[in-house]
Write a protein that binds this ligand. Sequence first.
Ligand code: ADP
Ligand code: ADP
Length: 226
Amino acid sequence: MKALVIENLQKIYGNHSVALKGIDLEVEQGDFFALLGPNGAGKSTTIGIISSLVTKSAGKVTVFGMDLGRAPEEAKRIIGLVPQEFNCNGFEKVFDILVTQAGYYGIEPKIAGARAEQRLKQLGLWDKRNECARTLSGGMKRRLMIARALVHEPQLLILDEPTAGVDIELRRSMWQFLQEINAMGTTIILTTHYLEEAEQLCRNIAIIDRGTIIEHGPMKTLLAKL
Ligand code: ADP
Ligand code: ADP
C-alpha cells in the first residue's frame, strides 16, 4: 500500500507564480520520507496541498488509496500536520489544546484526555499542561504542535521543517521521538533544507528545486552519488 501518490501536481499562485511544475512522488506505507530542497523550492506548497490547506492548480494526490479531490474529509482523518509556524491558540492551556483538537475529530473527552496525557508525557510537556501555549519556549511550541497532530492517531504524519530554529539537543530528542513514532507504524514525511536531518532519519528522499523533483529514491543511493 502506498501512503502517498502524487501525479503531475502543479501549483500556480495568482496568475504566474509557478510553485510546482508537475511533480510526481510516491511514499510507501511505513516509510520515513524527506522532501529536501532550498527555500522557495515548493516544499510547503506540496505539503499544503496534501493537507488540504492549499488548492492545487492541476494533478492528482492519493492518500492511502483515497483521492484527495474526491474524499477530502476522509483523507484529513488519516493525516496529522505539523506546520512550520506556531498556530495554536496562545491563550488556551496546553492540555486543553489537545482535547479541543480531539473534539474536532469526534473523539470523546475521556479518550482525548488519556491520549493528551500520554503524548505530553512523551514529549516532555506534562509539567506545562496548565500553562497557556503562548508562554512556552519555541522548542516547546514545536513539540506541542507534534502532540496536537498525533491526537487523532493519524496514519501519516507530515512535518514542515520540524527542527528549524531548534537547538541541537532538542533536535536530537525530537529526532528520537519521530523515529519511535515511525517504528510504531506511522508513516512520516518531513520537509527540510538540511541534508543532515534527512540523512539521520529518512529511508527515502526526494529533492525538489524550483518546483521540480530532481532526485527521488533511497537515501543510501543518493548519498553514494554525493
Ligand atoms: P492563491 O493562488 O491561493 O489565490 P494568492 O496568489 O492570492 O494565492 O496569494 C495568497 C497570499 O499569499 C496573498 O495574501 C499574498 O499576498 C501572499 N503571497 C504572495 N506572494 C507570495 C510569496 N512569494 N510568498 C509567500 N506569500 C506570498
Ligand atoms: P519552500 O517551502 O520550499 O520554501 P514554498 O512552497 O513556500 O517553498 O514556495 C514555492 C514558491 O511559491 C516560492 O517561489 C514562493 O515564493 C511561492 N509562493 C509560496 N506561497 C505563495 C503565495 N501564497 N502566493 C504567491 N507565491 C507563493
